[in-house]
Design a protein around this ligand. Structure first.
Ligand SMILES: C[C@@H](CNC(=O)c1ccc(S(N)(=O)=O)cc1)Cn1ccc2ccccc21
Ligand SMILES: [Zn+2]
Length: 256
């Protein structure tokens, strides 16, 4: 458990094992809204999440993740900056110890308490998720900010399941459409995975409008653990990478 010096300091050491950590298209980034360029050619996003084939929910040691069956395009995203439909593989979250931090992307320097990532892959061009994850146009991740409001989203957290790293439970027909805000306005830019191997294979689509989560639900995330059953318990919090250098990239906006 010594390896958990704390996620944020870990991220500073990642470049030793993954030199790409200092690459030219790393994620997350701070989105400076005044510098985003409105692109009228960007199409609206289309989420075809109708028939949802969620498989399981698990604590994979760095987040809580819901995986989907991705053997066909039944749960996919298209439009936006994408040339063809991308299949939903999984979604997961990043959060902090308190409301003042937790998200990976920030907007004009402002972090949110939590950020949802819907991970999709280009099954038109690549045979497997792993192959797509290693290709510059292989993945498309939709980021949705969560802000704490006395509201509630569909409860994701089933008390009975996991605390420990490596636990997994059956979690079927959850429709992630309920995790999307009303407005589908977004920013888009070329970036990377925010956890090792940090592959520069992600077209990021960051929704402008946040959704609401209750403080109670956020508390449940904080009850998760980085560690497995036998280890000394370490709370899974602050599992976010800080913003990375823009290195000349331009962020496009789908809205004026
Ligand atoms: C890419 C890695 C697994 N990592 C991810 O899938 C991943 C996805 C999204 C993010 S984020 N936070 O940027 O949205 C970070 C990491 C290993 N891996 C390689 C092949 C492969 C096959 C199945 C599962 C994992 C596999
Ligand atoms: Zn993520």
């Amino acid at each position: 458990h010594l390896r958990h010096l704390g996620w944020s300091s870990d991220t500073l050491a990642w470049h030793r094992s993954y030199p790409i950590a200092q690459g030219n298209r790393q994620s997350p980034i701070d989105i400076v809204s005044a510098r985003a360029v409105y692109d009228p050619n960007l199409k609206p996003l289309v989420f075809s999440y109708e028939s949802c084939a969620s498989l399981n929910i698990s604590n994979n040691g760095h987040s809580v993740m819901v995986e989907f069956e991705d053997t066909d395009d039944k749960t996919a995203i298209s439009g936006g900056p994408l040339e063809n439909p991308f299949r939903l593989k999984q979604f997961h979250f990043h959060w902090g110890t308190n409301r003042s931090q937790g998200s990976e992307h920030t907007i004009d320097g402002k972090p949110f308490p939590c950020e949802l990532h819907l991970v999709h892959w280009n099954a038109r061009k690549y045979a497997t998720f792993g192959e797509a994850a290693a290709a510059p146009d292989g993945l498309a991740v939709v980021a949705v900010f969560l802000e704490v409001r006395i509201a509630k989203i569909a409860c994701l957290y089933d008390e009975s399941i996991f605390f420990f790293q490596g636990t997994k439970a059956q979690f079927s027909s959850f429709n992630p459409k309920c995790l999307l805000p009303l407005s589908l306005d977004y920013w888009t830019y070329l970036g990377s995975l925010t956890t090792p191997p940090l592959n520069e294979s992600v077209t990021w689509i960051v929704l402008k409008e946040p959704i609401s989560i209750s403080e109670k639900q956020l508390e449940k995330f904080r009850m998760l653990l980085f560690t497995s059953e036998e280890d000394q318990r370490i709370q899974m919090v602050n599992n976010f990478r800080p913003p990375q250098p823009l290195k000349g990239r331009v962020v496009r906006a789908s809205f004026k």
